[in-house]
Design a binder for this molecule. Structure first.
Ligand code: MSP
Length: 549
């Protein structure tokens, strides 16, 4: 038997893994506009979105940034081939990325484009500060130059090609060029110190080890300007020179907060978000984020991000995705999955099966269908339908009383409290699948509880009405609490569930902890029967795979 006092205990003292109002800043890479959006872009952004939604719900003050990387020789060349200006090309393609954000239900707080004046102005200011700090100098470079490709080759590559262009076979020329260099070599020691002091600066661990290995080989200064193209941000002191696109791009993380423009409204409202909590990126761009970016920040005397999180890659049906194979999961393919299985299932698959660890993840239509059926149809959907149907059948759709009863040794308030706290802690660590599987695990526990207590049998015995009510109350209340933890990944379906449970919740008010306290559902509230996830036929190729297995 449980008393009212026992119940209040849990609501009054939730263990909090996050501080209310804590500023959190999470960023995606900014995406190249000379590419069409694909699963890679969708993935990095989904990871950030699920985290951002959860942390806002948990009461944190979150800023979530994404955007597009629009400068550079590739954009200039593609635009030329299309006979349009680079800006026109950038505008057109940036729009497809912005559309992607709303299509996939992302809640980014801003979308930065590197061609925006606010960004360009601050990049120039930041580079000026680097020059003033003597972290940037004018140096000379000599090497084998391919005039057709407008590209320098290393001695090895030039030799391998008999000192001819691998593309048009014309002889390579010995060329000299003046470039501005960033004094990366001067930051060897501070970077080694950073990796020592902040063991979680790069995650996961395997990626950190790779960076450390390369760091030990020693750092060379890096050229940060070129004169062979014009589509970019000019050096503040020497406009013939265009700032290297990677320096320009990395700076988006601070220009979006107005950090180099203290008179701007952005600075006033957003400077509190720096340093970033997480820079979420793909493993192929780790060096820029884990070595060059912190060195630039040290030179600028700005605080360093807390964590650069480099995820691995999606591969498809066991094969690497590539332009040559033409097997990229592009927008139309993503749309097909969304139309068939729902946007929430797409997000669920990304978040729970994605390559957040150090190994690549395989996207297969077979596996996608299996996860849908096991986790969403047979677990969450089935449980919601079972519980709401029984409340309708036995209690006329009205939430029954818990009757202060503890059934079959299940201390539901304690169980739920523990799941909420551990799920939140996992999310805080960016362990999306860990956090979500705890919530799904709670739903499985409710199912097991139903199987154990057999309410459908008790319903036949009128003298057991109190017990039946208590069981169903505990089921629906635990389901409500699990649903709070699942909202960040499946907002649409969970809001549908909330409507069926007769509750209205506004997650942006940051009241997760209050709502997660046991006893939120009111006696007599109206519950409707709900079917959240329809059972679907396995796709044709899945049937083939399963029958041949
Ligand atoms: N513009 C740079 C990033 C600059 S950040 C200051 C860039 N852009 S990109 O358009 O190529 O986007 C790359 C991002 O897409 C990677 O960081 C990674 O997050 C994601 N992915 C690209 N292919 C991927 C997979 N196959 N799987 C998962 N994500 C991968 O690099």
């Amino acid at each position: 038997m449980r008393t009212e006092a026992h119940r209040r205990d849990f609501s009054a003292h939730p263990t909090m893994a996050t501080m209310p109002g804590e500023p959190i800043y999470i960023t995606t890479p900014i995406y190249y506009v000379n590419d069409k959006p694909h699963i890679g872009h969708a993935y990095s952004t989904t990871v950030c979105d699920v985290y951002a939604r959860f942390m806002r719900f948990a009461g944190c003050d979150v800023f979530f940034l994404t955007g597009t990387d629009e400068h550079g020789i590739k954009v200039e060349k593609s635009a030329k081939a299309l006979d349009i200006t680079p800006q026109e090309l950038a505008d057109e393609n940036a729009k497809t990325f912005e559309d992607l954000m709303s299509q996939l239900g992302f809640t980014n707080d801003d979308f930065i484009r590197t061609t925006q004046p606010r960004h360009v102005k601050q990049v120039q200011e930041l580079v000026k500060r680097l020059i003033d700090a003597d972290a940037v100098y004018l140096g000379e470079f000599e090497g084998w130059y391919d005039e057709g490709q407008e590209e320098y080759y290393t001695e090895t590559k030039a030799k391998d090609n008999n000192y001819n262009s691998p593309v048009n076979k014309a002889p390579l020329v010995r060329a000299k060029e003046s470039n501005y260099y960033f004094r990366l070599s001067a930051f060897q020691q501070p970077l080694e110190q950073l990796f020592k002091d902040q063991p979680d600066f790069v995650r996961p661990q395997a990626r950190r080890n790779e960076v450390l290995g390369r760091l030990r080989e020693g750092l060379l200064d890096v050229p940060i300007s070129r004169t062979n193209f014009s589509w970019g941000v000019p050096m503040p002191n020497d406009p013939e020179h265009i700032i290297y696109v990677w320096i320009d791009a990395l700076m988006n993380y601070v220009t979006a907060l107005g950090l180099a423009d203290s008179d701007s409204d952005e600075f006033k409202a957003r400077s509190k978000y720096w340093p970033a909590t997480y820079h979420v990126i793909g493993k192929e761009i780790l060096w820029f984020h884990a070595v060059i970016w912190p060195a630039v920040l040290i030179a600028l005397k700005l605080p360093l991000p807390k964590c650069v999180y480099a995820h691995s890659f999606w591969i498809r049906e066991g094969q690497k995705m590539s332009k040559t194979l033409g097997n990229f999961i592009d927008l139309p393919t993503m749309q097909h999955y969304i139309d068939t299985y729902s946007l929430d299932m797409w997000r669920y698959y990304m978040a729970t099966q994605g390559p957040l660890g150090s190994t690549d993840a395989d996207f297969s239509s077979h596996h996608f269908h299996e996860i849908y059926s096991s986790d969403l149809v047979n677990t969450l959907g089935n449980n919601a339908s079972r519980v709401t149907a029984m409340i309708n059948k036995y209690f006329d759709g009205k939430i029954p009383s818990e009757n202060a009863m503890q059934i079959a040794d299940h201390d539901w308030p304690a169980i739920c409290n523990d799941v909420v706290n551990t799920s939140e802690s996992a999310m805080k660590e960016l362990d999306l699948s860990g956090s979500i599987s705890l919530a799904i695990g709670l739903v499985r526990k409710i199912d097991a509880f139903i199987n154990l207590t057999e309410p459908f049998k008790l319903a036949k015995d009128e003298s057991k009405a109190d017990e039946l009510g208590a069981i169903l109350y505990q089921c629906v209340e635990a389901l409500r609490i699990a649903s709070l933890l699942l909202w960040p990944v499946m907002p649409t379906k969970i809001e549908e569930l909330w409507r069926a449970l007769g509750i209205s919740i506004e997650p942006n008010t940051g009241n997760l902890h209050e709502l997660a306290a046991w006893g939120g559902l009111q006696l007599g509230g109206k519950v409707e029967k709900i079917a959240l996830f329809p059972r679907l036929e396995a796709p044709a190729e899945t049937q083939k795979t399963s029958s041949s297995a």
